[in-house]
Design a protein around this ligand. Structure first.
Ligand code: HEC
Length: 140
């Protein structure tokens, strides 16, 4: 994680390039879900996919609560836009470019995946669904 910065041929500073990783980061969440998926034997050959994450986000799911068939129900039809809870509270956009502190606190990420996946799908999300979703949000 240490990186030498070379200016004019001289190493003038050593920066700690992984600062965010200490507090947790979206990349660390991806590593965690990759390890979980591999342990469950379901890690896809091509790795996590933003395309699949996008399709998952927009899909109308069955099995959950009828009032919340999709991630879009609260997070809107664009991860770049602020969403709204069922009671009208504003939710910051899901895209990492808009809300940079997202997907960095493992407890928060897991808590909301658990809760939202149960509402929308009637079950917990798989590590592949979580990894695909975060991969798409990182790209947004
Ligand atoms: C009933 C409304 C609702 C639905 C439906 C919903 N969410 Fe959320 N989601 C929230 C709220 C509220 C939060 C917490 C507030 C925040 O993080 O800004 C949240 C937070 C999250 C987080 C945590 C992000 C972070 O900052 O770490 C993830 C991940 C997430 N949602 C994924 C999903 C996915 C995937 C779906 C669809 C399967 C979904 N949500 C559907 C309301 C919803």
């Amino acid at each position: 994680m240490f990186r030498q910065v070379i200016i004019g041929g001289l190493a003038v500073a050593t920066l700690f390039a992984g600062g965010a990783a200490l507090a947790g980061s979206p990349q660390e969440m991806l590593k965690r879900y990759e390890a979980e998926a591999k342990a469950a034997g379901i890690f896809p050959e091509g790795g996590f996919s933003a395309e699949r994450g996008k399709a998952f986000y927009y899909a109308k799911h069955t099995g959950g609560k009828p009032a919340t068939p999709s991630c879009t129900t609260c997070h809107t039809d664009s991860p770049l836009k602020p969403g709204k809870t069922r009671t009208g509270k504003v939710i910051e956009p899901m895209a990492l470019s808009k809300t940079p502190n997202r997907y960095s606190d493992p407890e928060k990420v897991e808590k909301w995946f658990r809760r939202n996946c149960k509402s929308v799908l009637g079950r917990e999300c798989t590590p592949v669904e979580k990894g695909d979703f975060i991969t798409w949000m990182i790209s947004q």
